[in-house]
Design a protein. Structure first.
Length: 185
């Protein structure tokens, strides 16, 4: 498991090398100094060189990033020069109520048991046994797998989930869109 640099304890310090600096985390602040996200160091360097961000604090100990014409210190924190408006949406969590369309969109219409095309949704803990309509209990499912599982749990049916169903992370999708827009400017 990769732990971002911000959340490591001082005793867990990783020695930066030319091979691993790219995987360190850099905190991104909005133009108003609000924390937005943590991104990889290579993405932060691209934003700095493109002029879309400025360094707030350098990483200690000093670690230079060099190219043929540019040298800059690996940042710990950067600030975007343009304010990015983040719409505050209702929080969705694993125990939130889910919809058929939402589950299919989250799973990209792929069956959670065999990864083939899915057009329906399966309750992991069957509704007949009190299984709720929440994100963590629903998975996209193809008709053959849904019929084979019937009103049993995956363990009872001898089936295995390919991934753990979770609530969709709309912030991450929005964040990727923002980075694309910043890169285009």
């Amino acid at each position: 498991m990769v732990i971002p640099m911000l959340f490591r304890r001082a005793t867990d310090q990783v020695v930066l090398t030319a091979a691993n600096w790219i995987h360190t985390g850099v905190l991104v602040l909005n133009a108003s100094y609000e924390a937005l996200d943590e991104i990889s160091a290579d993405r932060a360097v691209v934003l700095l060189i493109a002029g879309a961000a400025e360094t707030v604090t350098d990483r200690e100990p000093h670690f230079p990033i060099r190219s043929r014409r540019v040298e800059l210190a690996l940042p710990e924190m950067i600030r975007l020069l343009r304010y990015v408006y983040i719409e505050h949406a209702a929080r969705v969590h694993d125990e939130s109520r889910a919809t058929l369309a939402g589950v299919l969109r989250r799973d990209n219409h792929r069956c959670g048991y065999c990864a083939s095309w899915a057009h329906t949704v399966d309750h992991i803990r069957p509704r007949s046994r009190g299984g709720p309509n929440i994100w963590s209990n629903l998975v996209a499912c193809c008709a053959p797998c849904n019929t084979a599982k019937a009103d049993r749990t995956p363990e009872e049916a001898g089936m295995r989930l390919l991934w753990e169903p979770k609530a969709p992370n709309h912030r991450a999708k929005q964040q990727r869109r923002i980075w694309k827009q910043l890169a285009a400017t």
